[in-house]
Design a binder for this molecule. Structure first.
Ligand code: NAD
Length: 491
């Protein structure tokens, strides 16, 4: 791969359409900023409807006519495996690029990039496993078949918090199954997806199988989600944007798979080892400076240990090191966008006005060595929270946890389920019956017991309620990216 952080610095990045990097037709570009300084570090193409049209046309041509369509399942799987190995060989560079783009810790993006090849290999194995059924029909001399086939062009719209890892879980199975793809990455973290496009080209995918259109949601995103040539949309992002995209897609009766926001409950019972649970809560909410969709940002603690838990949580939070995302000594880096920083400050201030108290953090760090223009915020613990306060209801997507006590299991489950989101949840207890009752009653797509944020591409996962629909991961994903055709044959 030729692309590096230095080659991107100060450059103009083009679009990847029909197997080559091209300039946007109208010649428009927008700036992408470095979260550690707030300064512009490169320009990305602002694709418009004409560029999107070219990308969708290329993807449709590749789906219908190209070598891609004629390729055997084994060869298609081998191509996805070749991409896996190119990702492995370039993992460090991809991690450096993504960290520079979104401010996520280099050790975390590095771990993500190094785990991605396994995911590509797993989904590559699906290439020769897409199969239908032979079905009874109550007639002699007739064969009744359900064939399973790829959908066509899949439009993928991704967020800025983990662009490549989130993309892998859908791109890899989509390609293995034989679809073609148009990706629209976030305008706030585009560079790693364009670097991946270079690897896709190097791997030898036929032109048009994967295309990348960059730019804002208003321009490239709207054009893609209104395009009649797309067969399915896969969206990962906020609930508000998901609603908008589902509305656009509905005009063309195109189905969507939606991975949206969350406000996940994290429950602590008094029977646990306190330090273990506190570490779990800290890792569950402050990882990536709180910018994870599953962040356990509403913490419910059994009343008997509430004070002790707060003391331990505040002490542990005070030891978190905020700093440069490239340093090994950093626990949390900056927020990815200046808008995010302002949003976090706004929710903490409104929480205080509503009666919550800041027990830790609650401000920008006053630390030497951090550029004054960087978008840093201290990990923040808000106590005396109530479930109806704004910062407890809305997704903040920043390093803020609200903590409140509960008296018994019935009250806890009512509080935990009192949210329009339903993405994830966690419980810490030694009582397995209680944990199973929680798993049974909680309205969330993922339940963690005595752990938080561990995940596997081998299991299906996704949201309930306004956190989305459709499933990623496991064999379930083969149904997301294929369709059935009924064939009846008299003989
Ligand atoms: P966002 O909704 O602002 O943007 C996501 C993507 O949608 C971007 O590429 C953006 O350009 C595009 N977009 C915006 N408006 C559009 C429009 N009108 N039409 C088409 N595309 C449009 O989200 P974000 O700020 O990038 O990411 C943070 C959000 O993503 C949080 O809500 C987080 O919870 C969610 N998220 C969810 C998951 C999950 O798996 N459930 C994973 C990661 C992030």
């Amino acid at each position: 791969m030729k692309t590096t952080v230095s080659s991107i610095e100060g450059s103009r990045q083009g679009l990847f359409i029909n197997g080559e990097f091209v300039a946007p037709k109208a010649g428009n570009y927008i700036a992408s900023h470095d979260p550690t300084t707030g300064k512009r570090w490169y320009d990305l193409a602002e694709a418009d409807a004409d560029d999107v049209d070219a990308a969708v046309a290329a993807a449709n041509a590749a789906f219908r006519n190209s070598a891609w369509r004629r390729m055997t399942q084994t060869d298609r799987g081998a191509l996805v495996r070749r991409l896996a190995e190119l990702v492995r060989a370039n993992a460090d560079t991809l991690a450096e690029i993504e960290t520079r783009d979104n401010g996520k810790l280099l050790k975390e993006t590095g771990a993500q990039m190094r785990s991605m090849p396994d995911s590509y290999h797993y989904f590559a194995g699906m290439a020769d496993k897409l199969q239908g059924d032979t079905i009874p029909i109550n007639r002699m001399d007739t064969l009744n078949l359900n064939l399973r086939e790829p959908l066509g062009v899949v439009g993928m719209i991704t967020p800025w918090n983990s662009p490549l890892m989130l993309l892998t879980g859908t791109l890899a199975p989509c390609l293995a199954i034989g679809n073609t793809v148009v990706i629209k990455p976030s305008e706030h973290a585009t560079a790693s997806t364009l670097a991946l496009a270079e690897l896709i080209h190097e791997a030898g995918f036929p032109a048009g199988v994967v295309n990348v259109v960059t730019g804002t949601g208003k321009s490239a995103g709207e054009a893609l989600t209104r395009h009649p040539g797309v067969s399915k949309y896969v969206f990962t992002g906020s609930t508000a944007t998901g609603r908008r995209i589902a509305g656009n897609a509905a005009q063309n009766l195109v189905p969507c798979s939606m991975e949206l926001g969350g406000k996940s409950p994290h429950v602590i019972f008094g029977d646990v080892e306190l330090e273990h649970a506190v570490n779990g809560v800290v890792a569950g909410v402050f990882a990536a400076a709180g910018q994870t969709c599953v962040a356990g940002s509403r913490c419910f603690v059994e009343a008997g240990i509430y004070d002790k838990f707060i003391d331990a949580l505040v002490a542990r939070t005070g030891r978190i090191r905020v700093g440069l995302p490239t340093s090994d000594d950093t626990d949390i880096g900056p927020l990815a966008l200046s808008d995010q920083l302002q949003k976090v400050e706004g929710y903490v201030a409104s929480g205080v006005r509503e009666g919550a108290r800041i027990a830790a953090g609650g401000r920008r760090p006053q630390k030497e060595g951090l550029a004054s223009g960087g978008w840093y915020y201290e990990p923040t613990v808000m106590v005396d929270a109530q479930n109806d306060m704004g910062f407890m209801r809305d997704e903040i997507f920043g390093p803020v946890v609200g903590v409140m006590p509960f008296r018994d299991e019935a009250e806890m489950i009512a509080l935990a389920n009192d949210s329009h989101y339903g993405l994830a949840s966690g419980i810490w207890t030694k009582d397995i019956d209680r944990a199973l009752r929680f798993a049974n009653q909680i309205e969330a797509g993922t339940v963690w017991v005595n752990t938080y944020r561990s995940a596997s591409f081998m299991s299906a996962n996704g949201g309930f309620k306004e956190s989305g629909y459709g499933r990623r991961g496991g064999f379930e994903v083969m149904h997301e990216f294929s369709r059935l055709k009924n064939v009846i044959i008299d003989y």
